[in-house]
Design a protein around this ligand. Structure first.
Ligand code: MEV
Length: 289
């Protein structure tokens, strides 16, 4: 028997970096996903074929962890295919971990809840990566938009399906770990300054959630812009990101900000049906994709 499982990539809408310190964020799954075929291997060894992720260590660790936890004796074969690569900053490591977990859960009839799968994947990612809020795992497990806080203490699925976004990729892969460390260093040097920014970001997350609920995308766009200003103060934006963000705003985006750790990867713009095309063009003109 072969199980086919899927886990989507993610986009943080509001609250990155602050979420690493226990504050809330809003994160959404995107339609690009990692897919896996999971089966019992014909030898007792495990076999992981995942060319889209830089290293298979997340999946390797997850397989080891789940086999031990659920006393699985057989070898497991996992082969992944992806709609996006680890160069795009959409959370390929977390999505790869989650897709494997979903597949093993189904293959061995473990009956795990979404929260149980989240906990297993979060533990695995922390073990391999040593840092991270777990928000991208929540998006990959719950597969929608979620309000997320404090290592998964709060994971609240939200329905914001009418929000229209354009994602712009800088074509520059940044290291999440490096940018998490950069913020940690700044916090060591200026604890009050950084903690007050985190508090402001948390407040924006609360306001943004309310505007999204009311489908007030104009106000949501303003919140997105304010969040970008604070990320700038944390020194995690880049010239390329700034250029793409400015370009999107100039042609009528309701708001635009970087998404994720910063330094490269992605930005997004809040658009309407009327502005979507011109925002896409402006982002490409600014060198993004
Ligand atoms: C990275 O996509 C987002 C950060 O907040 C790190 C994390 O949440 O693990 C910078």
């Amino acid at each position: 028997m072969t199980i086919r499982s899927t886990a989507p990539g993610k986009l943080i809408l509001l609250g990155e970096h602050a979420v690493v310190y226990g504050h809330p964020c809003i994160i959404t799954a995107v339609s690009q996903a990692i897919h896996a075929e999971v089966a019992v291997n014909n030898t007792s060894e495990d076999l992981v074929i995942a060319p889209q992720v830089a290293k298979t260590d997340f999946i390797d660790e997850l397989v080891k962890y789940m086999k031990k936890k659920y006393n699985i004796q057989q070898g497991i074969r996992i082969e992944t295919h992806a709609d996006f690569s680890d160069k795009t900053g959409l959370g390929s490591s977390s999505a790869a971990t989650v897709v494997a977990c979903k597949g093993i859960n189904a293959l061995f009839n473990l009956g795990l809840s979404q929260k149980e799968m989240f906990d297993i994947c979060f533990e695995t990612v922390v073990m391999v990566q040593g840092s991270g809020s777990g928000a991208d795992i929540a998006a990959a497990v719950f597969e929608g938009t979620v309000y997320y806080q404090n290592k998964g203490e709060i994971i609240e699925p939200l329905d914001y399906s009418s929000l229209q976004l354009v994602i712009g990729n800088t074509l520059h892969k940044a290291s999440t770990r490096e940018y998490i460390q950069k913020v940690a260093k700044l916090r060591e040097e200026k604890p009050q300054f950084v903690d007050s920014i985190f508090k402001e970001i948390a407040e924006l997350v609360h306001q943004g959630r309310k505007h999204l609920k009311e489908k007030n995308y104009q106000e949501f766009g303003n919140i997105v812009n304010e969040n970008q200003l604070l990320l700038h103060k944390l020194e995690v934006s880049s010239d390329k990101l700034d250029n793409m963000i400015d370009a999107a705003r100039e042609v009528g985006a309701l708001g635009a900000k970087l998404s994720g750790a910063g330094g490269g990867d992605n930005m997004f713009a809040v658009v309407t049906s009327d502005t979507k095309k011109s925002v896409e063009e402006a982002i490409e003109k600014a060198g993004g994709k």
